[in-house]
Design a protein around this ligand. Structure first.
Ligand code: S3P
Length: 175
């Protein structure tokens, strides 16, 4: 079976709905950030802090190339995967790519207590954090919205999102 690749902003439910969808489809779940963390023995925040974002993006790019050559995986990508067009190009060859869209207010609510997302910052007020989410999402909006298979997850539960992902995947994969 083709891979199912989930793309979307931080807080769009790629990991939680992806795990459920993988269970329902009987495919292996892979979280790209978790693989990078495991291989480097550092958290994503530590990698950003000690080696910088450019290093992280290189590791992310190398992992896309590796995973795109596999089959039978549900892959939750990091939110910034769309920044390098080569990533979606590689995945599109071997996988069904689905974008999980989320509105900025909902992305903010879902991520505001998390400490593991370096781009959203660890310090600052709630309004600083909301402004950061809005700015980043605005910058990336056209990249996410260029993906034809798209689900607006803003008002969905994780279960509803997983159902919709499975439905779309089966339709596209002819499964
Ligand atoms: C990032 C999203 C994160 C992680 C890193 C950068 C981004 O993944 O890869 O902090 O640029 O949007 P999640 O989308 O899983 O939070």
């Amino acid at each position: 079976m083709k891979n199912l690749v989930l793309v979307g902003f931080m807080g769009s439910g790629k990991t939680s709905a992806g795990k459920l969808a993988a269970q329902r489809l009987g495919l292996t779940f892979v979280d790209m950030d978790a693989v990078v963390e495991q291989r480097h023995g550092q958290t994503i925040s530590q990698i950003f802090e000690t080696k910088g974002e450019a290093f992280f993006r290189q590791r992310e790019r190398a992992l896309v190339r590796e995973l795109a050559s596999f089959q039978d995986r549900v892959i939750a990508t990091g939110g910034g995967i769309v920044l390098d067009g080569n990533n979606l190009r590689d995945f599109s060859r071997t996988s069904i790519v689905i974008c999980c869209w989320v509105d900025s207010r909902v992305a903010y609510e879902r991520t505001k207590d998390a400490k593991h997302r370096p781009l959203l910052g660890l310090l600052g007020t709630d309004s600083d954090r909301l402004a950061r989410v809005e700015k980043l999402l605005r910058e990336r909006e056209s990249l996410y919205k260029a993906i034809p298979n798209r689900i607006d997850t803003s008002a969905m539960s994780v279960e509803q999102q997983a159902d919709e992902i499975v439905r779309m995947y089966k339709q596209q994969a002819g499964a």
